[in-house]
Write a protein that binds this ligand. Structure first.
Ligand code: UDX
Length: 463
């Protein structure tokens, strides 16, 4: 029995079991979701892999939540950095563990948590767990950690197939069209369908992703609720996509701290930011999985030198595809009075810091929401999957950012980087839009929006 329990529980009637996809961009919002549920009176048990549990416990103690774990199913000789393999393996092992684990938690009076009353599962993992929850008589919800347009796209797949726009087998685009998925957002370019955007992930199989999305299209109709990490004003028509959507975004940082992180944020950047002038620093970070080629990495470094403004750059040790980090000759010396480089930034604290002028981002959905929530204009540099669509919304829907355009060889040059940073920093319209959206996001969190939605949701769990 590999199940183990880490911290002691709280008292309440509703007891939610959270089951995120075992990847950084999913575990963190689930942890925030958990903290919000606790704030609104629910007990929460957080289920993840053994390896992730040990990483998040090293970084921060989640004292309000019980964290339990199961093996990820990977063999020692498997590549543990291969996200695709990890997800496949975890999908495979969950059904064997979940039912027992729920029974054991429910029977174990020593734990004293009370019966698990609801399962909230990541949309990507949802097929078997929702079936198990139904069978065991639990309430069930899917958490959708991506943008409203992505949900709309998944729900429109049968219509796109019927209209002959995409192939039913592998999602190949038969007719290049811009698809208007929402009256409030830009039309989606067929090149940006998420299964068409592999980045440089060699294991990304377009057909498999597409077929899985078709399955998700069906599963989304099953759960009692679909919780979405967005707020009403981002797309006022989004809550009509399904009858049971509850929008819970923007999920706030717990006590202002990042939560559910696999790595510790380097806090030395905060006193450094304190020493910079208000609205002067370019923050650069590309989430947890994006990778650059060595050449593109150098071009970005040269671009930052060319701009000559203060910058804070988060450079993960695995950020360059295939090799360890190598800066251009003498780069770190030349920029030592200009920039600060960290391995992993305390991103939400950084985005909330008054010195930040703009955020150069890969447009992962969490980062996009965090930036919107802090009113920071974005320079969009998407890498794979949903990020291209997120970029379109940021630049042409909400008009809170500009996009980097690669040259014919696919390279974003240092001149393009400088041009776009200069353009963004002098665009008062974008700054004003970002501040307006921040206000809407924050009002939504506290007045009648996600906070009320949470209260209502937890009240329904207690029925
Ligand atoms: C992935 C996908 O890329 C994204 O498009 C999808 O919607 C969710 O899963 P990821 O690439 O990691 O996630 O990006 P993102 O969703 O932006 O999540 C990154 C998280 O890491 C953010 O919450 C951000 O605050 C945090 N982060 C990132 C740090 O705390 N420090 C850093 O240095 C970089």
């Amino acid at each position: 029995d590999h199940t183990s329990i880490s911290t002691s529980p709280l008292q309440a009637n509703a007891h939610v079991l959270l089951l995120p996809l075992p990847l950084q961009g999913h575990v963190a919002p689930f942890m925030k979701l958990g903290h919000q549920l606790v704030r609104h009176g629910s007990k929460v048990t957080f289920l993840t892999t053994e390896s992730i549990r040990s990483q998040i416990e090293k970084v921060d103690e989640e004292e309000h939540m019980r964290i339990i774990s199961i093996p990820d199913g990977l063999a020692l000789e498997d590549d543990h950095k291969d996200d695709n393999r990890l997800v496949q393996s975890f999908l495979h092992v969950i059904p064997g563990h979940l039912e027992n684990l729920i029974r054991k938690t429910n029977e174990d009076e020593l734990i004293g948590t009370g019966q698990i009353t609801c399962l909230i599962v990541d949309v990507v993992l949802s097929r078997d767990p929702i079936e198990i929850a139904e069978k065991m008589g639990l309430k069930h919800a899917i958490f959708f950690p991506s943008a409203p347009g992505v949900l709309a796209l998944i729900l429109h797949l049968p219509k796109l197939i019927a209209a002959g726009i995409i192939d039913a087998d592998d999602g190949t685009v038969e007719k290049n069209e811009k698809i208007q998925l929402s009256p409030n957002l830009p039309a989606m370019d067929s090149a940006d369908f998420i299964w068409k955007r592999p980045g440089n992930k060699s294991n990304f199989n377009q057909k498999d992703v597409f077929q899985y999305l078709l399955l998700v299209n069906q599963i989304l109709k099953v759960p009692n609720w679909v919780l979405c990490n967005w707020f009403h004003e981002l797309d006022p028509s989004a809550n009509a996509l399904l009858p049971n959507i509850i929008s819970v975004g923007p999920l706030p940082a717990h006590d202002g701290k990042s939560t559910g992180n696999f790595r510790s944020g380097d806090l030395t950047c905060l006193p450094w930011l304190d020493r910079q002038s208000p609205g002067s620093v370019i923050y650069i970070a590309f989430g947890s999985t994006s990778k650059f080629s060595q050449q593109q990495f150098h071009e970005l470094a040269f671009g930052l030198e060319l701009i000559g403004k203060p910058f804070l750059w988060a450079v993960r040790s695995d950020f360059i595809d295939g090799i360890s980090i190598e800066y251009p000759d003498g780069f770190q010396d030349r920029v030592k009075n200009l920039g600060k480089i960290v391995n992993w930034a305390p991103q939400e604290k950084v985005l909330a810091h008054p010195s930040i002028a703009c955020y150069m981002t890969h447009c992962g959905w969490n980062s996009t929401m965090e930036s919107i929530n802090m009113g920071i204009p974005m320079l969009c540099w998407p890498y794979f999957g949903d990020q291209f669509w997120n970029k379109s919304c940021v630049c042409y829907g909400w008009k809170v950012g500009l996009e980097m355009n690669p040259d014919e060889g696919g390279m974003v040059t240092k001149h393009e980087i400088k041009r776009k940073v200069d353009e963004l920093l002098s665009d008062e319209g974008i700054k004003a839009n970002a501040l307006k959206l921040k206000e809407l996001a924050q009002n939504s969190a506290y007045e009648g929006g996600s906070s009320k939605n949470f209260r209502d949701f937890v009240a329904q769990l207690m029925l």
